[in-house]
Design a protein around this ligand. Sequence first.
Ligand SMILES: Cc1cc2nc3c(=O)[nH]c(=O)nc-3n(C[C@H](O)[C@H](O)[C@H](O)COP(=O)(O)OP(=O)(O)OC[C@H]3O[C@@H](n4cnc5c(N)ncnc54)[C@H](O)[C@@H]3O)c2cc1C
Length: 323
Amino acid sequence: MIDKTAIIVGGGPAGAACAWRLKKAGVDALILDKKTFPRLKLCAGWVTPKVFNLLGLHPKRYPHSIIAFDRLVCYFRGVRVPVRTRQYSIRRYEFDAWLLERSGAPMDQHRVGSIRKENRHHIIDDRYRAKYLVGAGGTHCPVYRHLFSRISPRPETSRIATVETELRYDYIDSNCYLWFFEDGLPGYAWYVPKGNGYLNIGIGGKQTAIKKQGRTINEYWRRFEQKLAAAGLVIDREFDAKGHIYYIRHRTPRLQTDNAYLTGDAAGLATVDMGEGIGPAIRSGLRAADAIIHKRPYRMPQGAGYSWPGIIGSGITAFFNPK
Ligand SMILES: Cc1cc2nc3c(=O)[nH]c(=O)nc-3n(C[C@H](O)[C@H](O)[C@H](O)COP(=O)(O)OP(=O)(O)OC[C@H]3O[C@@H](n4cnc5c(N)ncnc54)[C@H](O)[C@@H]3O)c2cc1C
């Protein structure tokens, strides 16, 4: 049996941030992830300045490919609205591996299956034992499944369907584009240039609302491909796009039971207007670590988190998240 003070299931942004803080405080923590890093993670890789604040790092010091945008070109139902703002794009393939390495915590490649409790300790697959257990395994997190799914079930209406691909592409247009509610999509589509000649394109929308329309996310994706070609943004390319589901919860769910903590996508913490989850994952990972270090309750702000302030955020949410 491998004995640790804390075991973190999942080495994405939530798990790596948690491990980073625990390690700094001298807590004996181990990350378990089913994949080896660097690993592919479907994500547009848009990061806000807040993410770098949380990491205590100036974006200029980030050692991998990064692009800074001074504006986003948004379309709301076809109406062009350029938004002046400072935002960044990174490649998750690089970013997550860097975060994990920066944490300084050890990681075992291990797919977590069973979790049980014995003498106030969590036993994982009869192989690992820890007093504290952090669920940072994303949508399919086993800690959520075993310890939280009954006390905090995910409402069906919180399910977001996405289709996305990241490709090497010699893009000519280096703007970041966002199309909201195009063709009736209850969500948005994106075109995000990345460093080293990569481009990320994708769409996401609320699954129950798409179903109600009698449509599928793949139909929207095919239209989006045509749109990109017609606009001359991506031409003569076959896309190898993949789908992924994640959950965005309007009400913050229960995040702690005994000495088990839920963070990031496992808890459905991405923002309700944009589905921005990297920042909330890092923030929740850090807070879970603080709760363990200082033996205090683990809390995140109650209720919906927004990426856009005020009326824009709630306006997008009203379309993106219709009941
Ligand atoms: C298409 C798409 C685009 C997105 N675009 C953006 C964006 O541009 N900006 C943004 O901020 N957010 C975006 N998000 C959301 C963002 O990707 C997530 O919120 C974020 O990755 C959550 O981080 P996490 O650490 O909670 O989970 P993850 O990054 O999913 O990491 C979970 C880890 O747990 C591991 N794991 C899972 N199951 C097990 C198991 N049984 N045993 C061991 N390990 C396991 C996985 O291998 C994985 O490494 C997007 C999401 C999608 C689907």
